[in-house]
Design a protein around this ligand. Sequence first.
Ligand code: FAD
Length: 454
Amino acid sequence: MTATTPPCQRPVADATTPFWRTELHKLDTFRSTEEPPQECDVVVIGSGYAGVSTAYHILENNDFPPSIVMLEAREACSGASARNGGHVKPDVYYNILKYTKKYGAEAAASFARFEAANVLAVKQLVEKEGIDCDFVMTRAVDAYLDAEHAKATEDSYKELVRIGVADLGDVQLVHGEKAEKASGFITGIKDTKCCFSFTAAHLWPYKLVMGLLSKLVDKGINLQTHTPVTAISEQRDSEGRWTVTTNRGSIRAKKLILATNGYTAAISPQFHEKIVPVRGICSRIVAPDAAKVSRLTSSCSIRYGKGIYDYMIPRLDGSIVIGGAKPRFWHDLNHWYGVTDDSKLIEPAKDYFDGLMQRHFNGWEESGAYTDMVWTGIMGWTTDFMPYVGEVPNKPGQLIIAGFSGHGMPLICLASKAMAEIVKGSTFEDTKLPFIFKPTMERLLSTENDILGK
Ligand SMILES: Cc1cc2nc3c(=O)[nH]c(=O)nc-3n(C[C@H](O)[C@H](O)[C@H](O)COP(=O)(O)OP(=O)(O)OC[C@H]3O[C@@H](n4cnc5c(N)ncnc54)[C@H](O)[C@@H]3O)c2cc1C
């Protein structure tokens, strides 16, 4: 694929409504004060999972009580964190051989360990804070439908086992005739050639983020929704403060945290073609017979071929969240690459989810399952598929936690904890972050683009 990346835009108004935003929290359009403060210690730009969880960890032990202002362009948690599948699914095997070849065995292993550890960290966080967000620990199943892709993945997995890079103790491979039954455990996915399963979780992401945010507001952070940042200063002023300009005045802050996901390059141009906005589409399916959904005991991804898959999360309320739809639109970059408009559906994919359960699941042909809602959202994909977590090179006091490449749910909890340590004075190397997450000049200057394969 060849393409130029369009200039990045800020979040648009009138975004499509995701299922997760059908029960709005009382802080959804909250402003702590009539006018934003003019100064603070730390300004966080973005109120998604990354921004909120970072602020949560900064204030967690009350040992570093800075004044924090959180600026949000739209409603609180109205970006990708309220538009995803709610799937906390770690990458414990799929890309690990690729990362071993690119970054070395230790980096690949530490990445896989970090992802797996996040599932338990989210569970502990939800329990510790008592957040009601439909959290469920589960097995995630990757079902492979294409024989060639299944074989290539099995070969990679066997190579991983042979070289002993990652801890694969939690990964179960089922192939041959058993795979179709095992792929859904009870309700099988048709034509499955092989499948892998491993520990994962799912939850209501908006409720998790808003649960954390309400604790932050109780602790005194100043939240300003509908306050888009339009610019940040090139350098710090003589007092060592960054100036952040919004549509409602300017704020000077000692530390500035970019938690702006796919929109980052709109206010920090050095991330142009480093963090690319990528539009995705997701849906909620309802089955008239809710008991049918309860027999789907795991979440799963239906893998049609390399990089082309749907993900499916059966929910406690008898509905199923399904996202992906790439077979319909991925061939045309105009639908997704560099796109920040989540006010529209992806035209060729808008009816893709109709009949998906009937097409792929044994015993669902006459289920009457129907599409209840469809929405879009903007991810931040990095051109090397690794997030940026840490200090921005040559910008002391300016930090970034963004670019989770459509895969933030099994990364952000512990990444933001490490980010909070950096805000409090630790170096990147003091934290447990995989070194490949570090924002470096080398990454910023690289012209490689793994999204487009060039
Ligand atoms: C359709 C879809 C499905 C997905 N499914 C999954 C999944 O199942 N599992 C998974 O792991 N990940 C999934 N993801 C990715 C996941 O949602 C993200 O990795 C994660 O939510 C990123 O969190 P964030 O806080 O970085 O970004 P966001 O939640 O996007 O937060 C960024 C915030 O910054 C605000 N902002 C941006 N620019 C400005 C500005 N200039 N001024 C003020 N505010 C600004 C935005 O309005 C937004 O609220 C999916 C994403 C999408 C879109």
